[in-house]
Design a protein around this ligand. Structure first.
Ligand code: NAD
Ligand code: G6P
Ligand code: MN
Length: 441
């Protein structure tokens, strides 16, 4: 079998070790010849890089491993770039969350003003790594899960329309695993129908391969418990605040019992509740810095100290195996059915052609082919359209540098009560994001 050369962009990410472990676990399905890490923060990446070097020497010495901050070294001779960068890192995520909360508005990584601010930072970083990839390995595919994925995907559609970038999210994967537990099935045996934008969608069908529909059974469970399941099914999304999120799906379903909701809809349907239950001095960014980031970097330092990964190591991020499924779909033309963020072009019949939507696709060597989801009802369509224009305005504001356009984007967000509040938040975000955003005028 062919062996692949991979670069992980955002090598210093808290997810890097778990994903490397997951790839080792899948090495028979997806053989690797070279693995490189690339990051623009050399010190952060080196902590993980040094630990992974020791671990790989012990567990997979045949893989040529290195880490670098040099784009040419990183992007030369690679087949796949797995991208999970966070422009501004957790320090800026903290600002994205805390600034809106001061004004009584949802403070969230990818939703509302926080997501808009993050989008304005991410676009430049993403274009930069796409350009490196196209320059040094023009045949390479980028599997991108850097956030905010909707805004990043729209920016790619407009500014890099021919780039081989596939945008994907793990939330539907994680939630389907929960659903599969509710009905006691293997998630691999389930086929779904789904429509939406990223972090903004609904399942309209969950069937097994024989065609049995499980939606009513899952709905009954979710109406009582949300997506909270008894057994741990996910290596991610396990902290107390995530448990609250899974539980809240119960209230999302009550608003719209027709379909099964993506958990992220809570920020749009219950923003007041979310604000009331947020801590404006200790947000999710703080939880992650004190939780996942500490755990992962402490584990890395321990491996380096001990000079071996045999005594303690990293945890396999098994839920991330969809990344290998996607890479295999491209590499081996497997025609795997997966949810992807793609240009609509009729997949949702009564929605804008040029919207980046999240729908099931058949993925093969030429990329994703969206499956048609038919017409969607007025309620979901109206919500989606409002959010779609927010995302489009953000990309437009990035390109034109227009303050007015970005103000409109914030004003249109369902999470913000008025143009006045939008302006106050925007003005504070501009100051906080100096050096990360293009100059606005
Ligand atoms: P992190 O801050 O730990 O890691 C991100 C890394 O990216 C950092 O080491 C940082 O230095 C690096 N970076 C920033 N800008 C860069 C640039 N221009 N070029 C190269 N490297 C750059 O963050 P994390 O919590 O591990 O998350 C990483 C990313 O993955 C985030 O964007 C997060 O939102 C995303 N994510 C997405 C999904 C999904 O469903 N799509 C799931 C999980 C995480
Ligand atoms: C889910 C979403 C990601 C998001 C992550 C945040 O996995 O799909 O897009 O980045 O949650 O998780 P965190 O633990 O960093 O709050
Ligand atoms: Mn996501």
């Amino acid at each position: 079998m062919k062996k692949f050369s991979i670069v992980i962009a955002g090598g210093g990410s808290t997810f890097t070790p778990g994903i490397v472990m997951m790839m080792l676990d899948n090495i028979d399905r997806f053989p690797i010849r070279t693995l490189k890490l690339y990051d623009n923060d050399g010190d952060r990446q080196a902590i993980l890089g040094d630990a992974l070097e020791i671990l790989l020497k012990e567990q997979a010495p045949e893989i040529e491993f290195s880490y670098t901050t040099d784009p040419e070294t990183a992007f030369t001779d690679v087949d796949f770039c797995m991208a999970h960068i966070r422009v501004g890192k957790y320090a800026m995520r903290e600002q994205d969350e805390k600034i809106p909360l001061k004004y009584g508005v949802v403070g969230q990584e990818t939703c509302g003003p926080g997501g808009i601010a993050y989008g304005m930072r991410s676009i430049g970083g993403m274009l930069e790594i796409i350009d490196h990839m196209e320059k040094y390995s023009p045949d390479c595919w980028m599997l991108n899960y850097s956030n905010p994925a909707s805004i990043v995907a729209e920016a790619c559609r407009v500014m890099r329309p021919t780039a081989k970038v596939l945008n994907i999210c793990d939330m539907p994967v994680g939630t389907l695993r929960r659903m599969s537990q509710i009905i006691e099935k293997d998630p691999k045996d389930l086929e779904v129908r789904y429509f939406g934008l990223n972090h903004f969608g609904w399942w309209t069908s969950v069937k097994d391969k024989e065609g049995h529909e499980y939606l009513p059974q899952i709905r009954e469970y979710v109406a009582e418990n949300g997506y909270l399941t008894k057994v741990e099914v996910d290596t991610q999304h396990m902290d107390q605040s995530w448990q609250e999120t899974h539980k809240k799906a119960k209230d999302l379903l009550a608003v719209n019992p027709r379909y099964l909701p993506n958990t992220y809809l809570k920020y749009y349907l219950f923003p007041d509740y979310e604000v009331a239950h947020s801590n404006c001095t200790y947000s999710r960014a703080n939880e992650v810095m004190d939780g996942r980031e500490k755990t992962v970097f402490t584990a890395a330092k321990k491996i380096v100290e001990q000079g071996t990964a045999k005594i303690s190591g990293f945890t396999i991020d098994s839920h991330a195996s969809f990344i290998v499924d996607l890479a295999r779909a491209i590499a081996f033309n497997t025609h795997e059915r997966m949810l992807m963020i793609v240009e609509n072009n009729g997949a949702i019949a009564n929605f804008d052609d040029d919207a980046m939507v999240e729908v099931p696709c058949i993925v093969g060597s030429d990329g994703p082919e969206p499956l048609t989801q038919g017409k969607i009802p007025a309620f979901e369509k109206a919500l989606m359209h409002q959010q779609l224009i927010v995302e489009k305005l953000v990309v437009e504001a990035y390109i034109t540098g227009s303050y007015q356009t970005l103000w409109q984007a914030l004003t249109l967000s369902k999470t913000i009560p008025s143009a006045g509040v939008a302006k106050e938040i925007l003005d504070e975000l501009i100051v906080a994001n100096k050096g990360f955003w293009p100059e606005l005028n």
